[in-house]
Ligand binder design. Structure first.
Ligand SMILES: C[C@H](O)[C@@H](O)[C@@H](O)[C@H](O)C(=O)O
Ligand SMILES: [Mg+2]
Length: 444
């Protein structure tokens, strides 16, 4: 299977009209249509690879274009050539002498890189007949290290240190894998409290979630302080003093505003404030972290953090207390391995971001790897879950008692149902023809 040669890359613009019901809405993204640039790699054998990157609607066509631009670097390669020097292949994609100018390693081009590399990892896991988390867990630490590009991060984490972290975590690995298979990985839910939901909806969804066994809840904040106070009070009263509450402002504030706004919400005892300000403002996050620490509130960020270099600086500056890796924002598994290992070195918990379509499916593999092979801890750790659009995936996430149950099917859980892809293609799929055909649609 490793000898398979990639013969074709197909990329589609697939969008779901979630904005019609305000699913996924926050203080900055008030009308997201959860979307993906969806990649299918064909080979000269029956082996295929499926990958995606997440977007929120308009602009997905630009990511599709970037994937097409990168495709020339992929077609004609065998899986073996790629994975036997995965670090080299990562650099080939991210350091093309001309295309790196439109990055480097950030923005649209990095989203496109993620979609392609996610498809390669999916193909590799398929070739080995394992779910991706298991492929990673079983991999020799030296081989894992050879998948990572350490350029620009050796002042924070050397290859030797990364290897030491992995080797140290060898102890107890089997027990942790067994525990995960039995109990699953702890999750929190965001889908009760999107910003555009009414108080009635919030109450109803939160009460249903409590019935299902959820104990950790995230609430969107940042548009209006009085609304935030009312909504946080409502949720805290419903979930009681013991359950966990997190708040997420999606980059809405300046630094001093973030500190004063969150101080007003401190009475509801949020565990963290997520993305309080610009995702690029490392020193701003450090100032917010310092100001909120006495209130027992941490800072979480990562869903729009460009790359490992940014994460390095966040960690070096003590600018975050929760690392929110994202399976589609940075350079796929390769770059997330670097981030997970840096977080371990700095002893900061990883709590992945998954608010989007497909993000839960993908990131569960990475957090299972983090627990089994790196951190060996569940302290202050949980993985985000949103209850939207799983029905479009061939191997959707399985949640039991508010825990992610490890996927068993081979691959990276990226494959979507062909019928879903067809129907939701933008703008010619049946769903969009219908919506765009209606005059005065809120989406146009
Ligand atoms: C537009 C999206 O739904 C975001 O609001 C979402 O990813 C969010 O920040 C999250 O943390 O889940
Ligand atoms: Mg968020």
């Amino acid at each position: 299977m490793l000898k398979a040669e990639i013969t074709k890359l197909t990329v589609s613009d697939v969008r779901f009209p979630t904005s019609l019901e305000q699913h996924g809405s926050d203080a900055m993204h008030t009308d997201p249509d959860y979307s993906v640039a969806y990649v299918v790699l064909d080979t000269d054998t029956s082996l295929k690879g499926y990958g995606l990157t997440f977007t929120v609607g308009r602009g997905t066509e630009i990511v599709v274009c970037a994937v097409q631009a990168l495709s020339t670097l992929v077609i004609g390669k065998t899986l073996e050539e790629i994975v036997s020097d995965f670090r080299g292949f990562y650099r080939l994609l991210t350091n093309d002498g001309q295309m790196r100018w439109i990055g480097p390693e950030k923005g649209v081009i990095q989203l496109a890189t993620a979609a392609i590399l996610n498809a390669i990892w999916d193909m590799w896991a398929h070739a080995e007949g394992k779910p991706l988390w298991k492929l990673l867990v079983d991999m020799d630490p030296r081989q894992l290290i050879r998948c990572i590009d350490f350029t620009y991060i050796t002042d924070a984490l050397t290859e030797q240190e990364a290897l030491d972290i992995l080797e140290k975590a060898n102890k107890g690995k089997q027990e942790r894998e067994d525990q995960m298979l039995k109990e699953g990985y702890p999750a929190y839910t965001t889908s009760c409290a999107w910003l555009g939901y009414s108080d009635e909806q919030l109450t109803q969804l939160c009460s249903a979630a409590l019935d299902e066994g959820w104990t950790r809840f995230k609430v969107k904040v940042g548009a209006d302080l009085q609304d935030d106070i009312r909504r946080c009070r409502l949720i805290r009263n419903m979930i009681g003093p013991e359950n966990k509450l997190m708040i997420d402002a999606n980059q809405r504030w300046d630094v001093s505003e973030a500190i004063s706004w969150v101080s007003r919400l401190a009475e509801f005892r949020p565990l963290w404030i997520e993305e309080p300000t610009s995702p690029d403002d490392i020193l701003g996050h450090a100032a917010i972290s310092k100001a909120l620490a006495p209130l027992g509130i941490g800072v979480a960020t990562g869903e729009q953090c460009h790359n490992r270099v940014m994460f390095k600086q966040f960690l070096q500056a003590s600018a975050l207390q929760f690392v929110q890796i994202d399976s589609c924002r940075v350079g796929s598994v390769n770059e997330n391995l670097a981030i997970i290992l840096m977080a371990a070195k700095f002893k900061v918990p990883v709590c992945p971001h998954a608010g989007g379509v497909g993000l839960c499916e993908l990131v569960q593999h990475l957090i299972l790897f983090d627990y089994i092979s790196v951190s060996a801890s569940l302290d202050n750790r949980m993985c985000e879950y949103v209850d939207h659009l799983h029905e479009h995936f061939k191997s959707p996430t399985v949640i039991r008692n508010a825990h992610y149950i490890p996927p068993k099917d081979p691959g990276f859980s990226c494959e979507m149902l062909e019928s879903s892809v067809q129907k939701h293609q933008f703008p010619h799929g049946e769903v969009w023809r219908r919506i765009l055909g209606q005059k005065h649609s809120p989406i146009i």
